[in-house]
Design a protein around this ligand. Structure first.
Ligand code: GDP
Ligand code: MG
Length: 164
């Protein structure tokens, strides 16, 4: 099958907005309300026209620390999606900086031994120097994007293609 890219991160960082941007659709539910995306959403996306490279992207419900990570069905779905994935986009918000939940999630993701790309969303108008704090996540340089405004998406795809 196609390589799988899984979009994960805590609620409200813009996973569904990025999913929409990548899939050129309104298929994913974008919401201001935390945790509204209950179901995994899939789309087969043409990432690169020249090489006709396709991937399946999966939008996931947010990882939270409100419910028990092992028992909750949502967390279970997220973990299943992660197991299947070839690449993980770990999405954080430049508006919030690194918060404790991001650190918890990254330590879980690391155990999966998958390729993880750190995606710092809501970065429109951001001074790139202010993104330095995201290095503390230990995932290298953050890809600065604005899912809403379509900025940094081409660079994100360019970074992704060699890993597929
Ligand atoms: P999810 O919970 O991670 O799926 O987040 P959503 O995609 O539902 O987005 C949560 C909120 O962040 C919505 O109000 C979006 O409009 C907003 N948002 C998403 N991407 C961006 C962005 O690039 N810049 C800004 N300023 N807001 C964004
Ligand atoms: Mg969502």
């Amino acid at each position: 099958g196609l390589p799988i890219i899984c979009l994960v991160g805590r609620p409200n960082v813009g996973k569904s907005t990025l999913f929409n941007r990548l899939s050129h659709s309104r298929q994913a539910l974008v919401s201001d309300f935390e945790g509204l995306t209950r179901d995994r959403q899939y789309a087969e996306v043409l990432l690169d026209n020249d090489t006709q490279t396709f991937a399946t992207i999966i939008d996931t419900g947010g990882l939270t620390n409100k419910n028990n990570l092992v028992d909750s069905s949502i967390q279970g779905q997220v973990l299943n999606a992660l197991e299947e994935s070839d690449i993980i986009y770990f999405i954080v918000s430049s508006r919030d900086g690194v918060i404790g939940l991001d650190l918890e999630i990254v330590s879980r993701l690391r155990k999966l031994k998958k390729n993880i790309i750190l995606v710092c969303n809501k970065a429109e108008g951001l001074n790139p120097a202010l993104a330095a704090e995201f290095f503390e996540l230990g995932l290298g340089e953050p890809m600065l994007i604005s899912a809403e405004h379509g900025q940094g998406i081409a660079d994100l795809i360019d970074t992704t293609l060699p890993l597929l």
